[in-house]
Design a protein around this ligand. Structure first.
Ligand code: PDD
Length: 285
């Protein structure tokens, strides 16, 4: 089965896909991205992903009309071409190729649109049974984390810190000790049956999986609070879990050197993960 690449309207083998070294994505991280899963040959939650991409593009004043461009059709074609039953589609749009100066390039410069379609690799099934360890670290990101920008330095430094500690993820903690989210996941805790997660705003990515899990929780009659929670409260919570396109709902059983919720995954996380899997399997999306 081939891994598929797409550059500016053309599909090609991954090894043949190139962009200029003067691309502003390469020079400045002047671009945005989306990561979409597909199940059974269909992109999952395509419309929310397209909507978020439009939000990111507008926030950067990057003038590509993805509807007129036909991006969704290209995504579907890429999934079909790959032939994988489950894929991960990576889409990146930059401000295009231009001589390097900080201000926007001249009008008419075409944005660069690239995409890869690869086989979806889920975290090892066993991790959902045992739960994972996370570390905490200061959130060093900029003040527009709602934009899915390719500028991810603070995220990758945090993730590397987690990796070096043998942890699955790093929780990003603001100056007031509150947990915003993970470096590439949303974060939740469960306290006395209530699910807490940071409110939407410029301090977090409006995660598609976060939104879906909150809807599923409400559907199950589980109370939800979109309010800030401190790291200390996370450590003392009954359950902690992470969510994201590839992560689904992953239980956390240790934060730094503190055990969470008795050291094993909790029932609310398990219920939500099952609800997520059922929702995907039902195919009504
Ligand atoms: N990361 N928070 C951050 C900072 C993220 O980067 C992501 C996704 C999420 C989860 O969002 P969603 O549910 O829409 O996938 C939350 C992607 C997968 C990545 O960067 O690869």
């Amino acid at each position: 089965m081939p891994e598929v690449a797409f550059v500016n309207g053309r599909f090609m083998p991954l090894a043949d896909a190139v962009v200029s070294i003067e691309d502003r994505g390469f020079q400045f991280a002047d671009g945005v991205y989306e990561v979409v899963a597909s199940y059974g040959g269909r992109p999952f939650a395509m419309e929310p992903h397209l909507h978020r991409l439009e939000h990111s593009l507008a926030a950067l004043r990057l003038g590509l009309d993805i509807r007129a461009y036909g991006l969704e059709a290209f995504v579907r074609e890429g999934i079909t071409r790959s032939g994988f039953a489950e894929t991960l589609v990576y889409i990146q749009i930059t401000r295009g190729t231009a001589p390097r100066h900080h201000e926007f390039p001249v009008a008419g410069t075409q944005p660069t649109v690239v995409m890869t379609v690869k086989e979806l690799r889920r975290p090892a099934a066993q991790l959902y049974q045992t739960g994972v360890k996370v570390v905490s670290t200061p959130d060093l990101r900029w003040k527009r984390c709602d934009i899915k920008s390719t500028s991810l330095l603070a995220n990758i430094l945090a993730k590397q810190q987690a990796f070096e500690a043998g942890a699955f993820e790093a929780l990003l903690v603001d100056g007031e000790g509150r947990v915003n989210e993970g470096s590439s996941t949303s974060a939740f805790c469960v306290r006395q049956g209530v699910i807490w997660t940071a409110p939407a705003g410029t301090h977090i990515l409006p995660s598609i999986t976060r939104g879906l899990l909150l809807d599923l929780a409400r559907g199950l009659g589980l109370p939800v609070r979109e309010e800030f929670t401190t790291l200390q409260e996370y450590c003392q919570a009954d359950e902690v879990f992470l969510a994201g396109t590839t992560t689904e709902a992953m239980p956390v059983v240790r934060i730094d050197d503190q055990q969470v919720g008795g050291g094993s995954p909790g029932p609310v996380t398990a219920r939500l993960r099952q609800a997520f899997l059922d929702y995907v399997a039902a195919g009504k999306w």
